[in-house]
Ligand binder design. Structure first.
Ligand code: NMX
Ligand code: MLT
Length: 441
């Protein structure tokens, strides 16, 4: 068995034993109260899930195994000559719980490299879709076609022990992560570059090879892809894509089915699709104002118009965060280093100076600060990737690292079927009127 698998199993057994003791001793400890408002309003603030790979703090942002985004950028191994962290290293950290050595990362890259072949029928399935189909739909169809390769599904059909679920899940996870850049690059090249594929380069790391297959061989763009793939990977367990993957996986749907479910959630405009909406919104603003560099006053007017039309300002606000997203800040730092004078990037920064005050003045927006999606598109446009409908696919490839690591943990820890109780409003009224003893009776 690959050393990586052995290490993961050791960690999982250790944590599994700790959880067993913890539940024996504290299983009945009350962790909070739930209000009626919470079950009607998206379960905000309700602690209801366990996800081992990362933890979100409302002020400080995401931490992966207790390491912040700036710490990851500092501590994770880099590509030769590069300064941004390698996403394979983050995957290792989420799976094993330790910062990997350079050798560990090289081994993991080699494992992924060996597994990266995508069967032709997957591309043929995708080709059956009209070329103008949204990139996220094409991408998820590719993932679903690849499901025929699922080791978990095959072993389950043949009949296998619960004790082996983790291993088949990890097999699928490694295969999927290895293959996703090929599927994603195929979507891009097919939709925007006349179907001319770029062959993979086995000498490159995972993110750089993805950039290469997309058709971007600029070293700075490869660095951007490494950073992009790291910062979008995980955001604890309750966001739509992570939660959907976990929920569907809890039915023992294999990793392909579970990940595809999560990515259909990522494709929503309040979640991952916001990255395309941001650039679309800025392009529309530039067109309407007839300028590449709108002033703060012009931006303020445009924001008010957007709000007046009953729309949200894309890239701003968050369900949990209450500060500027450190993922936004990391991208801003990248911009300041590599493209300080880019007009679009400067517009993103001017929007950052303008929007929070306006959202604050509405009195209802809980977080007026930018999230990860407010910045990402402008960096991509700088290197020539202007096809904003594609951006969520990049997010999806990165998010695979987090949600699939979590799925491995779910199966290794023997997490059960997720099935919370729901109620009707009529039942709520009966309970409030004391016609029944318990809510839901
Ligand atoms: N622009 C205008 N209004 C907003 C915004 C915004 N950016 N953010 C929140 N609000 C409104 C929200 O629509 C709600 O209005 P109403 O009561 O009339 O329905 C009110 O403020 C309270 O919402 P919150 O409690 O602050 O936010 P909630 O937790 O419900 O939603 C988001 C969080 C992220 C869905 C919301 O802030 C939003 O729609 N933002 C824009 C879309 C976006 O950037 N999404 C990406 C999130 C990150 N990601 O990648 O997933
Ligand atoms: C994410 O990266 O998943 C988003 O910021 C949304 C969230 O955390 O709810």
């Amino acid at each position: 068995m690959e050393e990586f698998k052995v290490k993961f199993k050791e960690q999982a057994d250790k944590l599994g034993a700790e959880i067993k003791t913890l539940l024996q001793e504290h299983g009945n400890t009350v962790i909070g109260e739930t209000t009626l408002a919470q079950i009607y309003q998206g379960m905000r603030g309700m602690t209801a899930l366990v996800s081992e790979t990362s933890l979100l703090d409302a002020q400080d942002g995401i931490r992966f195994r207790r390491r912040s985004i700036p710490e990851l950028r500092e501590q994770l191994p880099k590509a030769k000559g590069g300064t941004e962290p390698l996403p394979e290293a983050l995957f290792y950290l989420m799976m094993i719980g330790e910062i990997p050595s350079e050798e560990d990362v090289e081994n993991l890259s080699a494992i992924l490299q060996r597994r990266s072949h995508v069967p032709t029928y997957v591309f043929d399935t995708m080709k059956a879709l009209p070329r103008d189909t949204h990139p996220m739909t094409q991408f998820v169809v590719g993932v679903m076609a690849l499901q025929a390769e699922s080791v978990f599904a095959k072993r389950y059909a043949a009949g296998f022990s619960k004790k082996e679920y983790w291993e088949a899940t990890l097999e699928d996870t490694l295969n999927l992560i290895a293959r996703l850049p090929h599927i994603a690059a195929f979507v891009y090249r097919r939709k925007y570059k006349g179907g001319k594929a770029v062959q993979p380069d086995g000498m490159l790391d995972w993110a750089a090879n993805f950039a290469h297959m997309l058709g971007y061989d600029n070293e700075e763009f490869k660095e951007l892809m490494r950073l992009y793939m790291v910062i979008h990977a995980d955001h604890e367990g309750g966001n739509v894509s992570a939660h959907a993957t976990h929920l569907v996986g809890s039915a023992l749907s294999d990793p392909y089915l579970s990940y595809a479910a999560g990515m259909n959630g990522l494709a929503g405009p309040l979640h991952g699709l916001a990255n395309q909406e941001v650039i679309k919104w800025i392009f529309e603003m530039q067109k309407e104002l007839n300028t590449e560099a709108p002033t703060a006053e012009q931006i303020a007017e445009y924001v008010k118009k957007t709000l007046g039309e009953g729309k949200v300002v894309p890239g701003y606000g968050h369900a949990v965060l209450r500060q500027t997203d450190p993922r936004f800040t990391a991208q801003m730092e990248f911009g300041k280093k590599h493209m300080p004078d880019d007009p679009l990037v400067n517009t993103v920064w001017r929007i950052y100076e303008t929007v929070p005050g306006i959202l604050q003045s509405l009195g209802k927006v809980k977080n007026p600060w930018p999230n990860v999606d407010a910045h990402s598109g402008a960096l991509l446009v700088h290197y020539g990737m202007e096809e904003y409908e594609y951006y969520t696919v990049l997010f999806a490839v990165s998010r695979a690292l987090g949600v699939l690591s979590s799925l491995c943990w779910d199966r290794a820890l023997g997490m059960p079927l997720e099935r919370p109780k729901s109620v009707t409003t009529a039942a709520v009224k009966r309970w409030l009127n004391k016609e029944v003893e318990n809510l839901g009776d």
